[in-house]
Write a protein that binds this ligand. Structure first.
Ligand code: BGC
Length: 510
């Protein structure tokens, strides 16, 4: 072969090699495009599954109002328990003195002392001590749990100076916020129906809650009377109403979610003959257990529910509250990582339930750095997924957005459902048939609390947006969401004061 021939062969060789390389590159690109398409398919499916159009939200509103009626009509008539609270009067402002509260029900446990000045909105001081609940106590024995609570209260009381000691004849009084479904037998006693939010002490179900606490207090020689046993929503309503008399309902969106509101006693049909001096009573809806076929449910929700310790229970809560949102996102990421290798080699962390807690998810969602460095950090540190390209980090933000937006909009629909039931949604009530323009909308305040609402800006914005979407600007401007701080606990202290054995006429009709 001549020189030319060699050159020609070499040229052909180079061309073939180039073709092979190009082929490999193109093949890789095609493959990765196909994988990305699959991932986009998963995202689209998620978006469709989580869709909350205004018409769907209105169906949820109607379903909520209908279920409220059903739950008030008969015991077990609805998944909404619509529990009586025996709070038929809310604090007026005339409450005076020092009262205590214990607040149990979320990730943190609180002990409070509140000094009331005898005038509306005159809380002279409130001391709050918070501590996380040791996880082993959530599934241990009731004796251990109540002993922990009593010991925290004892230490708190022992730290007090002499100045705040009550006069010798007066026993200290306490409001106990116990944020689980309780069948109340009086304003200060009740039986635990079931646990939620990861608590599971089976022997406690069906037991008297106040007695368990009182036993633990007595054992430690703490001379205190439990004057009020309240749900966190009820405490929040009490504080909300103390500050603003137009407060008609309270909502918690934190680890769990729930709402309570003021109802007329004649509407509580399941308790015929229920008489209160005020003609009304606060009803604890336990809306976390609300269910309707109109709720937008995905395969991730179904799996989360099936693998939870309380399947078929707390369906609304599992779509909305802080205990679950992070885990829904984790499940979506896991599915995407199974469909493709966009997250690199499979991380075993992704299969660990509840490893992606909602505050971390919120931090990723709200990462506004150009390179999404917080997303990268959390993926690396928590899920052990390193070196994720920007495009994939953006995808993570999008997943968080879809899950949170659905949650916030459903919570808004729940709130409007309550307003509809009590005729404050501008439609004149569930069966009035009056047109919106006929109704003069009254100022309506809903007290609201919980980390998801107060610390997660995008969640809060989506909730507000949905309220306006559903109600329309004209009506929505009369609905005020008022954030209370430590309302669940301070409100319990207020209710202890208004139900104190020493108080005279400190209550006001609803
Ligand atoms: C409980 C409610 C509580 C809510 C918010 C739910 O899991 O069942 O009683 O009000 O969480 O803490």
């Amino acid at each position: 072969m001549g020189r030319r021939g060699v050159v020609a062969v070499a040229a052909v060789g180079v061309a073939v090699a180039a073709c092979v390389v190009a082929g490999v590159v193109v093949g890789k690109r095609v493959k990765s495009r196909r994988k990305w398409k699959r991932v986009m398919g998963v995202l689209r499916e998620l978006e469709e599954g989580c869709e909350t159009t205004v018409s769907r939200l209105r169906q949820v509103v109607d379903a909520m109002a209908v279920e409220m009626h059903a739950g008030l009509a008969s015991e077990g008539g609805s998944k909404l328990k619509m529990l009586l609270t025996f709070v038929d009067n809310l604090p007026t402002g005339s409450e005076k003195g020092i009262y205590y509260a214990l607040d149990l029900g979320g990730t943190n446990f609180r002990v409070l002392r509140v000094q009331l000045g005898g005038q509306r909105s005159s809380i002279l001081s409130s001391d709050v001590e918070r501590q996380p609940i040791p996880p082993e106590l959530m599934t241990g024995t009731s004796e251990d749990l109540f002993d922990f609570i009593a010991s925290a209260l004892q230490q708190f009381v022992e730290k007090e100076g002499n100045g705040s000691e009550p006069p010798p004849i007066r026993r200290r009084e306490l409001g106990f916020t116990f944020s689980f479904p309780v069948k109340q037998t009086s304003v200060s006693s009740g039986i635990l129906i079931k646990w939620t939010k990861g608590f599971a002490i089976e022997s406690m179900v069906g037991q008297e809650v106040t007695e368990s606490l009182q036993r633990a207090l007595d054992k430690r020689g703490l001379d205190m009377r439990v004057a009020a046993l309240v749900n966190d929503t009820v405490g929040t309503l009490a504080l909300g109403h103390y500050h603003d008399e137009d407060t008609v309902a309270a909502v918690i969106i934190g680890t769990g979610t729930n709402a309570c509101y003021l109802e007329r006693t004649d509407a509580i049909i399941k308790c015929q003959g229920l008489l209160t001096t005020s003609g009304g009573m606060v009803v604890n809806m336990e809306w976390g257990n609300f269910w309707s076929s109109h709720l937008p449910r995905t395969s991730y929700d179904i799996d989360l529910d099936a693998e939870s310790p309380n399947p078929n229970d707390q369906g609304f809560e599992k779509m909305i509250s802080g205990m679950y949102l992070g885990d829904i996102v984790r499940r979506v990421i896991l599915r995407m990582s199974e469909e493709s290798d966009i997250f690199g080699p499979a991380s075993s962390r992704l299969s660990m339930a509840f490893i992606l807690r909602t505050p971390l998810m919120a931090a990723m969602h709200e990462d506004d750095s150009p390179e999404l460095t917080e997303v990268a950090r959390i993926l690396n540190d928590v899920l052990e997924i390193p070196d994720v390209p920007l495009k994939v980090r953006k995808l993570i933000v999008k997943i968080c957005d879809v899950v949170t937006r659905r949650a916030a909009r459903l919570a808004a629909a729940g709130i409007v459902g309550i307003l509809k039931k009590i005729g404050r949604d501008g439609s004149g009530g569930i069966s009035s048939g009056r047109s919106r323009s006929d109704i003069r909308m009254r100022r309506t305040v809903v007290a609201i609390e919980g980390g998801l609402y107060s610390s997660y800006t995008l969640f809060r914005e989506y909730l507000h947006e949905a309220l306006t979407d559903i109600l329309g600007d004209d009506i929505a401007q009369h609905v005020i969401l008022m954030v209370t701080e430590d309302g669940s606990g301070i409100g319990a202290a207020l209710l202890a004061a208004s139900h104190s054995s020493y108080s005279v006429d400190t209550v006001q009709p609803l």
